[in-house]
Structures are given as C-alpha cells and as structure tokens.
Design a protein around this ligand. Structure first.
Ligand code: SF4
Length: 63
C-alpha cells in the first residue's frame, strides 16, 4: 500500500497540484498543500500532479 504525502518543508504553495487534482489536494491556511484524500482523483491525475510539482514535494511512500 502506498501513501501519498506532501512535504510541507518543500512545498512553495504554487497551487499546481490543487488545480490538477482538487479532490486529492487542498491548500491549507499556512499556504501549503496537503493531501485530503489520497484516492480523491484518478491515479493518473494524481500522478500528473506528483510529476508537475516544481519542487518535487509530493511523493508516494511505501507504508
Ligand atoms: S505543486 Fe508542489 S509546490 Fe505546488 S502547491 Fe502542490 S505540493 Fe506545493
């Protein structure tokens, strides 16, 4: 089982992941993205968000 995570230390709050997969990621009050539902969008869409993050803050981690 893989776990989707956003590294808030790396996230620069650009909003790209939220605009691509808005059921999976949400911007938080601190201006950083967080995973709100790891299966919120199709995996292909989530993967495109992972690949589009300019600072590679989103990753899959093995549980
Ligand atoms: S794409 Fe990356 S840097 Fe931009 S908001 Fe999402 S996690 Fe943060």
């Amino acid at each position: 089982m893989k776990k989707l995570i956003v590294d808030s230390q790396k996230c620069i709050g650009c909003g790209t992941c939220v605009s691509l997969a808005n059921k999976t990621f949400k911007m938080q009050n601190d201006g950083k993205s967080q995973v709100v539902n790891p299966v919120g969008d199709d995996e292909v869409i989530i993967q495109s968000a992972v690949d589009s993050c300019p600072v590679a803050a989103i990753s899959w981690q093995e549980k």
